[in-house]
Design a protein around this ligand. Structure first.
Ligand code: GP9
Ligand code: MN
Length: 691
């Protein structure tokens, strides 16, 4: 019986294997036949895929990532499918033209990458190759063999087509069949496209929307999607300017006419820093709450705390960034305008005219420079820093990358290499100067904790144990959380800043210099980490209960209020020692520094903080903040910050003001109104003088 059963099983197994082989034979044969029936498409597909993969391998070197390959396949399939809607005779021309377009794009990117370690953008194409100081890039030869190899593709396609025609005059695909084929390719591209999309993370989506970290985008999305997205992003600003100019210009004129008739108020800080050097430190991702924290008696930011207590310490200072994060802060600080509501000024609106701190200081004889050890093309800084009027941008090629943390050169090394550069500028007589130092280490994801140095964020206590001896007990508290890692990174950055100030002092650069430190935006930490930070009970090593009188709720408003960042103005020679609690936004920096250094922009939206009684910080999403209220524009609700009732009129007035300045600032940028206004005034003047 057992034998019979065994035989039946073995027979059916054999039959199954036989059938399986037969089916797969048929399938493979049929698929092969199906594919080779359209050799031209096949060659095009393979060529385009090899080229896009090759350029990625030779640039970003992500050899084992399947995602960009899936993205490339989807794009090539979509290009290919349209060939079926062309007359059979024209298909070769169609593929050949595409192979040229693809090869030329890849070729340009290959050359560009050698110079800039990044990829070409359509919006920059006309300028980037000429505007940028290529002397910095250590490149002797313009063309290298690796740039030329991509041309094998159109050549191969041409030869292959000749061969196909010669061998077996391929029958043109019948229209009915070709529609079926187009449909099949479409389905295939949908499948590969969906698989690709399913691999994307929220960070990937946010980065493709921002379109600034071009290396990352090519590595993750492949060159084809990168360029398609870049094309859309480059056209967007042009489309935005097509309509609505007259209304925008009218609102702009009315707003500034009224604003500029108000005489600037003099106060005790007016002109106190006339003619002094100014160094601003762009402190990556540093939030204010860290300045008030101690772990086991150690301050997280001892240096910032010292500078804050000796200088002007603005305790309610907020950034006003959109998707452009770091670059939006640089823009707002230097122009006192709000960033655009859609897209990023640095990437999409670099070709506009702006009145900036460097340009205003230039009128007073200043030399301006910026320093950042990361790739200069990030956030399009290479171009935008020049547009904003910096005389020189020192970036990656100017530094030796001798210690890497996170995105690139460590802050400690960045600062120590920068001091001699600043000293050299001084030696060359480039004084007075305005310098911007853009830090990098304390950047998300804060995961290289072993490189930040030893700063435990745990809770240590001593107990008397059973043997009546003192014993140290360590409770993890913030260790192992994202915020814990972030605080370690801040402690590192704080040390780097402290060292930088010491080095400047040793180099004799502090005597005539004012230092400004600002956090560039918050670190988007999880709410649960704030909850743990505020509600940890060391006695029980657990979190406080919501009913506990000491429980602090981290709701929407608390989280938003905690996003504030440090803003400190410090000078070695002038101990101003003042705490300023009035709410203040990034757009108030230019007018406040302007009052101290003696400059003013006719297009500033912010206020000199020492000249006003009440201030308002307007955020890009329409939320706003005063000393009395945090207003949530999405919900139309607000939180009272003082024990004082608020009139409805107060809310309405501030809502109206928020709308106006968001609109004026946005239009000014999109329609290039400073330039247009200047040209109109110049024209009127020349008509009046009869020229
Ligand atoms: C890039 C750095 C980071 O060089 O400034 O920009 P972010 O991601 O903070 O906007
Ligand atoms: Mn930043």
């Amino acid at each position: 019986m057992k034998n019979i059963i065994m035989r039946i099983i073995s027979n059916s197994q054999k039959r199954y294997v036989f059938l399986k082989n037969k089916i797969s034979n048929i399938k493979i044969k049929e698929i092969k036949k199906y594919i080779t029936a359209d050799l031209l498409l096949l060659y095009f597909f393979v060529g385009a895929l090899i080229n896009s993969t090759l350029v990625r391998y030779l640039t970003v070197k992500n050899y084992f990532d399947i995602r960009p390959i899936l993205a490339d396949i989807t794009c090539i399939l979509l290009i290919s499918l349209f060939s079926y809607f062309i007359k059979p005779k024209g298909r070769f021309a169609y593929f050949l033209i595409w192979s040229f377009i693809i090869t030329i794009i890849i070729f340009i990117n290959s050359v560009y990458y050698t110079f800039y370690n990044s990829f070409v953008s359509f919006s920059l194409l006309s300028t980037s190759l000429f505007l940028v100081d290529v002397g910095d890039a250590v490149v002797q030869n313009v063309l290298e063999p690796k740039d030329i190899i991509y041309f094998w593709f159109p050549i191969m396609l041409y030869l292959a087509n000749r061969q196909i025609n010669h061998r077996r005059r391929q029958r043109p695909i019948h229209l009915k069949k070709s529609k079926q084929r187009a449909f099949n390719i479409f389905i295939l591209s949908v499948i590969t496209g969906l698989i690709f999309i399913s691999t994307l993370t929220p960070l990937d989506f946010s980065r493709i929307n921002k379109q600034w970290n071009r290396e990352f985008l090519v590595a993750r999305f492949g060159l084809y999607i990168y360029h398609l997205n870049d094309l859309i992003k480059s056209i967007e600003p042009q489309i935005n300017t097509l309509f609505g100019y007259d209304t925008a210009a009218k609102q702009f004129r009315e707003f500034y006419q009224e604003l500029n008739t108000i005489e600037p108020i003099k106060n005790k800080y007016t002109n106190i820093f006339q003619g002094k050097n100014l160094i601003t430190i762009h402190a990556e991702s540093i939030q204010s709450f860290a300045m008030n924290l101690q772990f086991n008696g150690e301050e997280v930011t001892p240096n910032l705390n010292r500078l804050a207590s000796q200088g002007l310490n603005f305790t309610n200072f907020y950034t006003q960034v959109g998707v452009g994060t770091s670059s939006d802060t640089e823009f707002t600080l230097n122009t006192s305008l709000l960033p655009v509501s859609n897209g990023t000024v640095f990437v999409s609106y670099w070709n506009r005219e702006y009145v900036t701190i460097p340009s205003l200081l230039k009128e007073k004889g200043y030399y301006s420079f910026s320093m950042h050890a990361n790739n200069g093309t990030f956030w399009n800084r290479l171009i935008m820093h020049e547009v904003m009027g910096y005389d020189k941008f020192f970036h990656k090629p100017n530094y030796t990358i001798d210690e890497k943390i996170g995105l690139g050169l460590s802050d400690a090394s960045f600062f120590s290499q920068s001091v001699p550069m600043i000293a050299k500028l001084k030696e060359k007589g480039k004084e007075p100067f305005y310098g911007t130092m853009i830090m990098l280490t304390c950047h998300t994801p804060f995961d290289e904790i072993e490189k930040y140095g030893d700063f435990p964020v745990d809770y240590k206590t001593t107990i008397i144990n059973e043997d009546n001896e003192e014993e140290e007990v360590i409770q993890p508290y913030m260790e192992g959380t994202r915020m814990g890692n972030y605080l370690k990174a801040i402690n590192y950055a704080d040390r780097a800043i402290g060292q930088f100030i010491n080095n400047l002092d040793e180099a004799g650069l502090l005597e005539n210099t004012v230092i400004v430190i600002y956090g560039d935006h918050d670190a988007r930490l999880p709410r649960r980490d704030f909850n743990r930070l505020y509600n940890y009970n060391p006695e029980t090593d657990t979190l406080l209960d919501e009913e506990d009188p000491n429980f602090k709720r981290v709701d929407y408003y608390q989280y938003e209020l905690d996003r504030k960042v440090p803003f400190i103005i410090w000078a070695k020679e002038k101990r101003l020692s003042q705490k300023v609690d009035t709410v203040m936004g990034m757009y108030d920096v230019l007018p406040t520094l302007g009052n101290m250094f003696g400059f003013r922009s006719n297009y500033q939206i912010g206020k000199d903080i020492f000249s006003i009684k009440e201030n308002i910080v307007v955020f890009l999403n329409g939320n706003w903040l005063t000393d009395k209220v945090y207003y949530n524009s999405q919900k139309g609700e607000y939180l009272l910050l003082k024990d004082e009732p608020i009139e409805e009129d107060y809310i309405n007035r501030n809502n109206e003001y928020a709308d106006t300045i968001l609109g004026v600032s946005n239009s000014l940028i999109i329609y290039d109104l400073i330039k247009r206004e200047r040209e109109t005034t110049e024209l009127l003047k020349s008509i009046q003088s009869g020229e």
